[in-house]
Design a protein around this ligand. Structure first.
Ligand code: HEM
Length: 210
């Protein structure tokens, strides 16, 4: 049976509506646009993002099974480099706590999860400017994660949206579920209050994905 694709942009509009409150809350929680952003606060944010990515990146790779699409979207190594620049040894990085994985059941939910992390590159340039102003770190050194794809950001986002446009209408809800689960888990992890919002798959030991 043929499944109908939704009109171009319909799924994106749905994702935006479903995740906007979570985005705004997260943006407000992070101090990254603080005009007096200090090195300690910046380092803490990098540590938390690393704790998320070290589980999430391999999780999505397993679910998604598309190395050609995911390869250029891997960014955990950028966090490792930035953490080294702000003074963490390789051992200290390995010992950082790992975020319990968001519950993603299949490739469709993983695509929704990817929407969150790919979309986060759109605000990265704004963050990079503030980090540079406050700390003298930029997309070449110390702020490579938030600088993301640099001048390639627009192109990477458009190619991601082209992938979203291929999703059959019957899968739209699952994509949104994956996005919301990811935003919720990340918001919890970055603010580190309370219990995880949904059941967790816990990393019992800090894994080392190399
Ligand atoms: C200080 C922190 C942040 C700032 C300043 C920021 C800012 C922005 C900006 C300016 C956009 C582009 C909006 C547009 O062009 O219409 C955007 C989009 C987006 N951001 Fe953030 N953001 C921040 C944090 C995050 C975080 C932590 C995440 C999730 C990991 C995130 C996920 C997204 C997503 C998914 C979009 C795409 C929305 C869409 O066009 O569908 N953002 N953000």
């Amino acid at each position: 049976m043929l499944t109908e694709a939704p009109p171009a942009g319909a799924l994106l509009a749905r994702l935006r509506t479903a995740t906007r409150p979570a985005h705004d809350k997260l943006e407000g929680t992070l101090d990254l646009l603080d005009e007096r952003l200090g090195l300690e606060a910046y380092r803490r944010v990098l540590e938390r993002f690393y704790g998320f990515w070290r589980g999430w990146e391999p999780q999505v790779a397993v679910l998604f099974q598309d190395a050609a699409f995911l390869g250029p979207r891997r960014r955990m190594h950028l966090l490792q480099a930035d953490l080294a620049t702000v003074g963490l040894s390789a051992h200290a990085v390995r010992m950082l706590p790992t975020c319990p994985l968001p519950v993603l059941r299949n490739a469709v939910e993983a695509l929704g999860s990817l929407y969150v992390m790919e979309g986060s590159t759109l605000g990265g340039r704004v963050i990079e400017r503030n980090v540079e102003r406050c700390l003298g770190l930029d997309g070449r050194r110390g702020c490579t994660y938030f600088a993301g794809y640099g001048t390639g950001t627009g192109g990477m986002w458009r190619s991601f949206l082209a992938r979203l446009d291929q999703v059959p209408v019957t899968d739209a809800e699952q994509v949104a579920d994956g996005a919301v689960a990811t935003f919720e888990r990340l918001a919890w992890w970055l603010s580190r209050t309370g219990q995880p919002p949904t059941p967790s798959i816990l990393h019992l030991a800090a894994p080392c994905f190399r």
